[in-house]
Design a protein around this ligand. Structure first.
Ligand SMILES: *Cc1c(COP(=O)(O)O)cnc(C)c1O
Length: 342
């Protein structure tokens, strides 16, 4: 048995999802003629109380488009040091937008208005012009930590006051929503734009949607074209996204439960120095100094359990659609056995 806990991106389409993809009605989306893409964009915009949506190949592209929409070269973007837009998008903020980044050290990747305010530059020609704040929910490197709407509200007010734009990297926003119980429509009220990934916990093979005002999405469409992200009969992929919205949101709770089961097992083991409290579908823990992270992942892989090294002495497990209860029990057994043989 192989249990792939490296990422929630490794899921394969289910039979039902493939069926939905096969029977999708498609057209040329660059001509605005793919009705399935339009349906997906409208559906997500409606869910989050935004005016419009734009289907893109990846979450990196939706984030980078949003940053390009809201900044000029010489501007500055404020985000947490753990954020995906900074760490995992290949330096795209500098390359695509010519903007600098002010990195803050938040609470497991979460920022507050108090943390942000002192880092907003005054209008002085010496300083880059602060124009955009980017938040991430849930925070991948924070171990799936989430913001509630109450956490975000003061940041929104600060942005209004200081005339800053606010973008959400919502790659795992549905994981946050099933935990917090917040109303998705509040996101449309608080954010200028947000990115939603269909290829993470929702289980679609590819695709992310950028949401924002009609004006923002119009501009975003030009930027998507420039980046080479205008796709043609892409309704086949959008159909997978619609199927995921219909069928794979509520079940995220199960992934969160599975992550808790694994973290409970880890907490008692001798080779585990600490475990970040599980909030959603990500478990990050630190190994004690007597075992190398590479040696740990190799030993696990030899037993069929795949996981990721995640920084110095840290390991990440991510639960998802293709991990069932039997696999979780098997993972727990392998971990306990490893503790006996080390
Ligand atoms: C996965 C992910 C993205 C988007 O990644 P792509 O692989 O480009 O789709 C963006 N933000 C976060 C936090 C992610 O985990």
């Amino acid at each position: 048995m192989i249990v792939d806990l490296r990422s929630d991106t490794v899921t394969k389409p289910t039979a039902g999802m493939l069926e939905a993809m096969f029977s999708a009605k498609v057209g040329d989306d660059v001509f605005g003629e793919d009705e399935t893409v339009i349906k997906l964009e409208e559906r997500l915009a409606e869910i989050f109380g935004m005016e419009a949506g734009l289907f893109c190949p990846s979450g990196t592209m939706t984030n980078q488009i949003a940053i390009k929409c809201f900044t000029q070269p010489m501007d500055e973007v404020i985000c947490d040091e753990l954020s995906h837009v900074y760490r995992y998008e290949g330096g795209g903020i500098a390359f695509n937008s010519g903007a600098s980044v002010r990195l803050l050290h938040g609470n497991r990747g979460r920022l507050s208005s108090e943390m942000i305010e002192p880092h907003i530059n005054p209008a002085d020609i010496h300083y880059p012009h602060t124009s955009l704040i980017v938040l991430e929910n849930t925070v991948n490197r924070g171990g799936g930590s989430c913001y509630t709407i109450d956490d975000i509200e003061p940041i929104y007010h600060l942005c209004r006051l200081k005339k800053l734009r606010l973008h959400l990297d919502g790659a795992r926003i549905f994981n946050a929503l099933v935990e917090t119980g917040d109303a998705p429509k509040d996101y449309g009220r608080l954010f200028d734009s947000m990115s939603v990934c269909l290829s993470k916990g929702l289980g679609a093979p590819a695709g992310s949607v950028l949401l924002g005002s009609l004006e923002t999405i119009q501009k975003a469409k030009r930027i998507r074209k420039v980046l080479g992200g205008g796709m043609r009969q892409v309704g086949y992929l959008a159909a997978a996204g619609i199927y995921a919205l219909d069928n794979h949101i509520e079940r995220l709770r199960l992934d969160h439960y599975h992550a808790k089961v694994i973290s409970d097992v880890l907490t008692g083991l001798p080779f585990v120095a600490s475990v970040l409290t599980v909030e959603t579908n990500i478990v990050i823990f630190k190994l004690t100094d007597d075992i190398e992270a590479d040696s740990f992942t190799e030993r696990m892989a030899a037993k069929g359990i795949l996981c990721s090294k995640f920084g110095h002495q840290s390991i990440r497990f991510v639960t998802h659609l293709d991990v069932n209860e039997t696999m979780i029990h098997h993972t727990a057994d392998v971990l306990k056995n490893l503790a006996r043989t080390l």
